[in-house]
Design a protein around this ligand. Structure first.
Ligand SMILES: Cc1cc2nc3c(=O)[nH]c(=O)nc-3n(C[C@H](O)[C@H](O)[C@H](O)COP(=O)(O)OP(=O)(O)OC[C@H]3O[C@@H](n4cnc5c(N)ncnc54)[C@H](O)[C@@H]3O)c2cc1C
Length: 441
């Protein structure tokens, strides 16, 4: 590991380290009256602030730390306009044709919305809309992604199935059975994107306060009062956009999702000859393994990958090394440069892997759109929430909305992904072995 290695835990990410100076907004002082108060300055809060301010609403965003301090500044930067573990036909079967197709439409256009905002607001964030590729590790997974591509293509999306050769040509990675690509997906630097959204929201009139932790939200006859140590905001409507980082403010919300700690690493930049062998188009890759393998380059040719850990002491030292070894093995790179940055973030995973709104009382709502697809989904969610803030009924928005529904046995279930990981790794290996045996016949 190089001398540049950054700490894990709540330490900051590659993106924080390489992006413009940050945390230069004011802390809230005194009182303020607004139409919409937003708790949390990640993609959800910032996109809502931008779209609501553009509609003429007065908006205040209150952030406990700094812009993009939560999952927004710690993710991998893949812009993915589809659902984790759910296909369009499956969503229609679950939600019915009308609601299902509206949610599918919402997700389908989400990457175009992200890259459109980047263009419109001239946000410099190393954005590349060259596609998101999901290669398959088994024949059965290939059948599934073939159908996945067909279902999105039927709805007018730029989705194509890929055979093994096409995957190798696009990625430089050998051994995949096939896969698919959504050409509207891509990659970006998430901290720069978030800061660009914040700048655009402020230009539209929104006010953003950093180092302003909301400690309580109380009902008033005509709205809500949000209290922080240094001031109070009175608001007609409130969006709680704290994702997996707001447990202290609303313990009931914390029971509605499974918090998943994910590790990320970035290597030192690859030399030009190695860089040329991999991902010449600069797409993002996330495969079909249960123990998901991901990779992409950043703007300085660092390779970025991620993973989870099972349980146990020393994970912060051990897991980044394991991710690095896996990256070297999958990409067949004996001379992979060492780790330059490693960090963690917490993702909020919904039981049904769908984005959702949670009614928290009259004129107060929370939005969760993550499930590993948060960049595109939460940005699109912000646009829908701006409609809610300016008068639309939450039930008329494209996302499902309901009161908080705590997950039964949450205290146990929250550890399920880590416990399941060992089983997932074993099944991936068994499937990999049977795939190799089939190829050898
Ligand atoms: C490691 C990792 C990798 C990921 N990779 C990807 C990816 O490649 N592509 C993708 O699409 N998605 C990815 N995701 C998911 C994506 O990052 C999230 O869905 C998205 O960033 C959520 O944004 P948000 O605004 O809802 O929440 P967050 O970004 O988590 O923001 C919540 C904010 O609320 C603030 N807050 C909390 N409590 C308070 C309070 N009381 N007062 C004031 N402020 C408060 C926090 O400080 C924080 O800044 C990943 C997630 C993780 C953890």
């Amino acid at each position: 590991m190089s001398a540049m290695t950054r700490p894990n835990g709540n330490g900051l990410s590659l993106w924080h380290a390489v992006s413009r100076n940050h945390c230069d907004r004011l802390t809230l002082q005194g009182g303020l009256d607004v139409d919409l108060a937003i708790v949390g300055a990640g993609f959800s809060g910032l996109s809502t602030a931008l779209h609501a301010a553009e509609k003429g609403l007065s908006v205040a965003v209150l952030e406990a730390e700094c812009i993009a301090w939560g999952a927004t500044g710690r993710n991998a930067g893949f812009v993915v306009p589809n659902f984790a573990k759910r296909d369009p036909d499956d969503i229609v079967a679950k939600l019915g044709t009308e609601r299902g197709e509206r949610l599918i439409d919402f997700a389908a256009g989400s990457a175009d919305l992200v890259f459109g905002l980047i263009k419109r607001h001239r946000i410099e964030c190393d954005a590349l809309q060259n596609g998101w590729i999901q290669p398959t590790h088994t024949t059965a997974a290939s059948e599934k992604t073939k159908s996945r591509a067909e279902q999105w293509a039927r709805r007018g999306r730029p989705a194509v199935a890929l055979d093994s050769r096409a995957v190798t040509e696009l990625t430089g990675i050998r051994g995949y059975v096939g896969g698919w690509m959504d050409k509207s997906g891509g990659v970006l630097n998430p901290v720069e994107f978030a800061r660009g959204l914040a700048d655009a929201a402020e230009r539209a009139g929104a006010r953003i306060f950093e180092r302003t932790r909301v400690t309580s939200i109380d009902r008033l006859p005509d709205g809500w009062a949000l209290k922080a140590a240094t001031g109070t905001v009175r608001a007609g409507k409130v969006l709680v956009a704290t994702n997996a980082y707001g447990d202290a403010l609303n313990p009931v919300l914390a029971l509605t999702y499974v918090p998943l700690t994910v590790f990320q690493i970035a290597t030192e930049p690859l030399p030009r000859d190695l860089r040329a062998r991999l991902l010449p188009g600069g797409q993002g890759v996330g495969d079909t393994r249960r123990n998901l393998f991901t990779c992409r380059f950043d703007g300085q040719n660092r390779l970025i990958s991620g993973g989870m850990h099972i349980i146990g002491a020393g994970a912060e030292r051990r897991v980044p090394q394991a991710i690095w070894r896996r990256l070297a093995r999958h990409l067949d790179l004996a001379d992979l440069p060492p780790i330059a940055y490693s960090w963690t973030g917490v993702a909020a995973i919904e039981p049904d892997f769908l984005p959702r709104l949670i009614d928290l009382g009259p004129d107060m709502i929370a939005g969760f759109g993550c499930n590993g697809r948060g960049i595109a989904m939460t940005t699109a969610m912000g646009k829908a929430l701006a409609d809610w803030a300016s008068g639309a009924d939450a039930h008329d928005l494209p996302l499902p909305s309901a009161p908080p529904s705590p997950i039964p046995l949450h205290g146990v279930v929250r550890y399920a992904p880590n416990v399941m990981l060992a089983w997932s790794i074993l099944r991936d290996r068994m499937e990999g072995a049977s795939h190799n045996a089939t190829k050898a016949k």
